[in-house]
Design a protein around this ligand. Structure first.
Ligand SMILES: [Zn+2]
Length: 135
């Protein structure tokens, strides 16, 4: 399947296969999933994706990862040509998630060491003051 670029005012209700509709006004683009599953893929342009016309054919950057459909297709469209990429598998998604959680946890640990350092020092100062008064 090749994708033509079509600038539109608003995204039509019925999408034709092989057309990337781009509404600059509403900052969205829409296409039927390139795997042929019929899923309507919506892209936020330019927030998440860039859509260009190359002699009437569509180029979309970065790659499209269809997360909200069963196909989980992952592909990049260049001058109308679709290049399928390895699926962003659930295992990979899970490991990315785990890494993010680990990073977050690290930050939490650092923060808690810092906050626990403050009361310890404060307690030491208090003890010193107390000892000055014969405590
Ligand atoms: Zn699909």
């Amino acid at each position: 399947m090749r994708f033509a670029y079509q600038a539109v005012e608003r995204i039509p209700k019925q999408l034709a296969e092989g057309v990337v509709y781009h509404s600059e006004e509403f900052e969205v683009a829409a296409l039927l999933c390139a795997c042929g599953c019929g899923h309507r893929v919506m892209l936020l342009v330019p927030d998440s994706h860039q859509v260009y016309s190359e002699s009437g054919m569509a180029t979309i950057r970065p790659s499209i990862s269809v997360c909200d459909a069963r196909c989980k297709a992952h592909y990049v469209v260049t001058a109308g040509d679709v290049e399928m990429l390895p699926a962003f598998s659930e295992a990979l998604a899970a490991s990315v998630m785990r890494n993010q959680i680990a990073r977050h946890a690290n930050r939490e640990t650092k923060r808690s060491t810092w906050t626990s350092w403050v009361p310890t020092t404060f307690a030491k100062v208090l003890r010193k003051i107390a000892s000055l008064f014969g405590g």
